[in-house]
Design a protein around this ligand. Structure first.
Ligand SMILES: Nc1ncnc2c1ncn2[C@@H]1O[C@H](COP(=O)(O)OP(=O)(O)O)[C@@H](O)[C@H]1O
Ligand SMILES: [Mg+2]
Length: 316
């Protein structure tokens, strides 16, 4: 067994020799395990003009549709708004090709209920409430009435089915949805406690209907892979985030990694800007490169810079 020498960033050497290594510290944006509160908010920089578009959506109680190339801070904006306005934990709905509005509203575990009900009966115990088998999804949880609105991120909606925007439209217009499994219940079970998307959180549902009292702060992101119908676009406030210029990139690096990280990054910035010009390169790729250099990684080593600052468009 050999131990890597101090200051040696090469943890894996490919020499087949088994060794004990201490993993180096993770970049701030890749730290897990600690709740967001303990970790502190990740910094977010936005121009006054763009912040005003966010404000317009907030005033109008309309969803904000955020577009722009990869890594321009679309998803991070939702986290920043939820944090700054103290809207609680951000509700996230990561959209994929199988996503549908129904599942995002709530899911009913009929099989689980059948199993547990039979089990309780066999053991002579009280049957569990139907509410413990109904879990509201991120969209459903966002519509639960409360003293202040919740923040909901509908992330990468262009990855979803063509019908998704229209299906969502109805929910966003009405601010209400029904849970038929609860509507059917007898009068004495008019009030049911169901689970929410907040881990062990619960919400009280009356007569199987969830009706928001304040429209949630909804931020929808899209990478522009799909056009949305006019009826949907009409009801959203649009924010198109541009790729950050050199000055903004420096500010973002300093915000994430401290002012001292700006020393000796001129060459990295130049390379980043040169490579970004013809294709697509995300801001977090620059953050990765600066972080690696700060950890003593030799970015001039063959192929290493290419591995971090690789083009995002085209075939891989
Ligand atoms: N304006 C910004 N201010 C601070 N950090 C940013 C900004 N834009 C991007 N970043 C950083 O770049 C990374 C990618 O941002 P993200 O929000 O995931 O981009 P997108 O959703 O547009 O692809 C995040 O780690 C984020 O911290
Ligand atoms: Mg994103």
């Amino acid at each position: 067994m050999s131990t890597p020498t101090a200051g040696d960033w090469r943890i894996f050497r490919g020499d087949g020799v088994r060794r004990q290594v201490a993993m180096p510290g993770a970049p701030p944006w890749r730290r897990f395990g600690a709740p967001e509160r303990a970790r502190g908010p990740l910094p977010y920089l936005i121009s006054a003009a763009h912040a005003d578009v966010v404000n317009a959506a907030l005033h109008l109680r309309r969803p904000l549709l955020v577009t722009g190339p990869a890594g321009t801070g679309k998803s991070s904006l939702a986290r920043a708004v939820a944090h700054e306005l103290s809207l609680g934990t951000l509700l996230r709905w990561p959209v994929n090709s199988r996503s549908n509005v129904q599942d995002a509203l709530y899911q009913y575990d009929a099989i689980g209920r059948l199993r547990e009900t039979t089990l309780s009966r066999d053991q002579g115990e009280a049957e569990p409430s139907i509410g413990s088998f109904i879990r509201l999804g991120p969209l459903g949880t966002a519509l639960v009435p409360g003293s202040s609105p919740r923040a909901l991120l509908v992330d990468e909606m262009d990855k979803g089915d063509v019908d998704l925007p229209n299906d969502l439209l109805t929910v966003f217009e009405e601010g209400v949805f029904d849970i038929p499994e609860l509507i059917r219940l007898p009068e004495e079970q008019a009030t049911v406690e169901v689970l929410t998307a907040d881990g062990d959180g619960t919400a009280t549902v009356e007569r199987g209907r969830v009706h928001c009292t304040e429209f949630p702060v909804v931020i929808i992101t899209s990478n522009g892979e799909r056009d949305f119908p006019a009826a949907f676009l009409r009801r959203c406030v649009r924010l198109d985030l541009p790729v950050p210029d050199e000055e903004q990139l420096r500010a973002i690096v300093a915000a994430h990694l401290g002012e001292e990280a700006l020393r000796e990054i001129d060459d990295l910035l130049r390379t980043f800007l040169r490579r970004r010009a013809p294709g697509e390169l995300a801001t977090d790729q620059l953050l990765n490169a600066v972080f690696l250099r700060g950890s003593g990684v030799d970015l001039d080593a063959e192929g290493l810079l290419n591995a971090v600052l690789h083009q995002l468009s085209g075939t891989v």
